[in-house]
Ligand binder design. Structure first.
Ligand code: E4P
Length: 220
């Protein structure tokens, strides 16, 4: 499973990348706005940090022709830009054109398997089902990823599932079981994935025992 960082914060990306598990980055207009910086400069900086790893940047138009023009512009910012397009009819029209031009797309705001199927039919490179936001409405979200994984496998769609709106490690682990290709996670969730109190306690005991042995050997 690939891990993308779901953030536009440069320091978070650098820190997570130093742990050696980051395969790309996803942003959205909210994440960009949170940083309070220029969109183009931010995306270009993230793209440079990622090298050839994919970086999703979202269009803000809602009409196909405007989305296509915006996407073409974003795709010129760096070779590793993936254009995020909302799951609306105009968006799918745009995805079809962009995919024929070889511009990679990430269909965002996917909440049903029907929407995910349509994204794949349009030729999306990635499809992003939003787990946390579904669960906020007391709706099963894991089942959506399971359905999408099954549908894509049944028909040999190349579209990759990005588990988005991930709020806790369980979202990543459970959807990895269903075969989701990517999880895009906020820094906090990636950080939480590393930890377990038994790991800390076990390491502490191993080192204490080791140091005790060294002291005993030193006394001999
Ligand atoms: C990523 O592609 C999505 O924009 C993001 O995961 C949404 O997360 P949120 O629901 O926590 O805002």
């Amino acid at each position: 499973m690939k891990f993308f960082m779901d953030t536009a914060n440069i320091e978070e990306i650098k820190r997570a990348d130093s742990w050696g598990v980051v395969d790309g980055v996803t942003t959205n207009p909210t994440l960009i706005a949170r940083e309070g910086r220029d969109f183009e400069a931010t995306v270009k900086e993230i793209c440079a940090l990622m090298g050839n790893r994919p970086v999703s940047a979202e269009v803000v138009s809602t009409e196909a022709d405007a989305m296509i023009a915006e996407a073409r512009k974003l795709a010129k910012w760096a070779d590793n830009v993936v254009v995020k397009i909302p799951m609306i009819k105009e968006g799918m029209k745009a995805v079809k054109v962009l995919s024929a031009e070889g511009i990679r797309t990430n269909v965002t705001l996917v909440f049903t398997a029907a929407q995910g199927l349509l994204a794949a039919k349009a030729g999306a490179t990635y499809c992003s089902p939003f787990l946390g936001r579904l669960e906020d409405m007391a709706t099963d979200a894991m089942g959506l990823v399971k359905q999408l994984a099954q549908i894509y496998s049944n028909y040999g769609y190349k579209t990759q599932i990005i588990v988005a709106s991930a709020r806790r490690p369980e979202h990543v682990v459970q959807t990895a079981c269903w075969g989701a290709h990517v999880a895009t996670v906020p820094f906090k969730v990636l950080d939480q994935m590393f930890g377990h109190p038994l790991t800390d306690r076990g390491l502490e005991a191993f080192l204490a025992d080791w140091n005790k042995l060294q002291e005993e050997l030193g006394k001999q």
